[in-house]
Design a protein around this ligand. Structure first.
Ligand code: DAH
Length: 342
C-alpha cells in the first residue's frame, strides 16, 4: 500500500475540463475506484497500523473531494464569464460602413480596362529613379530645363538620383528588358517641384502607354487613342490633334477634346477656348529605341502619356486638384459604390 504514490497521483491528476473531472471521480472516488480498493485493503492489516493508515486514507479522500470541488468552481466561473461577454445587451451596435474606391483609382481602372481590350498589359517601375531612365535614355539634352532643380526633386543630386517626373521612365525599363512586340500600359505616381494650387501639385498620376513592333505608324497611334477617348468620354466627344514637341518622340502631338462642361461654348475649365488637353503622344524617337538596344531600322513604335487627375477632373467635374490628396470624407463619399464600368 503506497500512500505516497496515491497522494502524488491525486495531486497531479489534471482537472481543467469537465472530462478531467469525470476521469478524476472515476479513478479515485467512485465505486471501483482506487480509494475504495485501499479502504477494502485495510482489513488485511494488523490492528495496530490499521488506525493510522485509515486516518491517512480519510485525509486523502478529503483532499480528493476538495480538489474536485475547487476545480468545479473554476469551471463554472469560466462558463459564466464567457456567457456574460457574449450577451451584453447594453453593448453598442457595430456599424460596418463599406469603403469606396478613390476617384483616381476608379479612373485608372477604367483606363486600364479599355487598353486591356486592345491587348495591352501592365508594367511598373520605381518612383525613385536615375537620370538615365528619367532623362538620358529619353533623349533629353544634358542642359534640358526639366533636369533643373526647379522642376525635379533630387534625392541624391550628385549621383543623379531623383523622384521620377513622368512615367515615361517605364518605357525605357520595359524596352531594356524586352524585345518587340511590346504593348504596355504603365500607371504610376510622378513628382514635380511645383507650388501647390488648384491646378498644380507636387505629385500626381500618369498612365504611360507604349507600343513597339514592325510597321507601327501614326495611323495605329491615331486609331488607338481615338478609340480610347471615345470609350472613356463617350462617342459624341470631339477630338482635336495638335502638333507638339517632346524630346522622346518624333513626330509629337497633343490631343484635346471638346470641353465636357460647356460642350465647347467656353468656360473657366477650358479657359474659354472650348477645348481641353487630355494627353501627349508621338512616334518613339529612333534615338530612344537605340538607347534601349532595339534596332530602329527594324522596329517603330508610338507612345502616349495620360494625366489621371486631368481625366478624373473632366469626368467628374472636379474644380480643384487639391481635393485628391486631402482625404476629406465629404469628397470621397461621393464616389462610394462606383465601379470601374460606368
Ligand atoms: N512624359 C510626358 C509628360 O510627362 C507625357 C508624354 C508625352 C508621354 C508624350 C509620352 C508621349 O509617352 O509620347 O508630360
Amino acid at each position: 500500500m503506497d500512500l505516497h504514490a496515491l497522494e502524488k497521483e491525486l495531486l497531479t491528476h489534471p482537472l481543467e475540463t469537465p472530462e478531467d473531472l469525470r476521469a478524476f471521480r472515476k479513478t479515485f472516488l467512485e465505486k471501483g475506484g482506487k480509494l475504495e480498493a485501499y479502504f477494502a485493503h485495510l482489513r488485511n492489516l494488523p490492528p495496530e497500523t490499521r488506525k493510522d493508515i485509515g486516518k491517512k486514507l480519510n485525509t486523502l479522500r478529503d483532499l480528493a473531494q476538495e480538489r474536485i470541488a475547487q476545480a468545479q468552481t473554476v469551471l463554472e466561473g469560466n462558463a459564466n464569464q464567457t456567457q456574460e461577454a457574449t450577451i451584453d445587451p447594453s453593448f453598442p451596435q457595430w456599424v460596418f460602413e463599406p469603403g469606396g474606391r478613390h476617384p483616381l483609382s476608379l479612373v485608372e481602372g477604367k483606363v486600364i480596362q479599355i487598353f486591356q481590350r486592345l491587348g495591352y498589359s501592365l508594367a511598373d517601375g520605381p518612383e525613385v529613379e536615375d537620370d538615365w531612365h528619367n532623362f538620358g535614355a529619353l533623349n533629353f539634352e544634358p542642359d534640358h530645363p526639366a533636369r533643373d532643380m526647379q522642376d525635379t526633386f533630387f534625392v541624391r543630386p550628385e549621383e543623379g538620383i531623383l523622384l521620377r517626373t513622368h512615367t515615361s521612365t517605364v518605357q525605357i525599363r520595359v524596352m531594356e528588358r524586352n524585345k518587340p512586340p511590346i504593348r504596355i500600359l504603365a500607371p504610376g505616381r510622378v513628382y514635380r517641384h511645383e507650388t501647390i494650387s488648384a491646378r498644380a501639385h507636387v505629385y500626381f498620376h500618369q498612365i504611360e502607354g507604349l507600343c513597339v513592333d514592325k510597321d507601327i505608324s501614326a495611323a495605329e497611334l491615331k486609331a488607338t487613342l481615338e478609340y480610347f477617348i471615345h470609350s472613356f468620354f463617350g462617342e459624341t466627344v470631339q477630338i482635336r490633334w495638335r502638333a507638339s514637341y517632346f524630346p522622346f518622340t518624333e513626330m509629337s502631338a497633343e490631343v484635346d477634346i471638346s470641353c465636357l462642361l460647356c460642350q465647347g461654348a467656353g468656360c473657366s475649365v477650358c479657359k474659354h477656348s472650348g477645348w481641353v488637353e487630355v494627353l501627349g503622344c508621338g512616334i518613339v524617337d529612333p534615338n530612344v529605341l537605340a538607347a534601349c538596344g532595339i534596332d530602329p531600322e527594324k522596329y517603330t513604335g508610338f507612345a502616349f502619356g495620360l494625366g489621371v487627375e486631368r481625366l478624373t477632373q473632366l469626368l467628374y467635374n472636379i474644380p480643384d486638384l487639391r481635393f485628391f490628396g486631402q482625404n476629406d470624407l465629404k469628397f470621397l463619399n461621393a464616389f462610394r459604390g462606383y465601379g470601374y464600368t460606368f
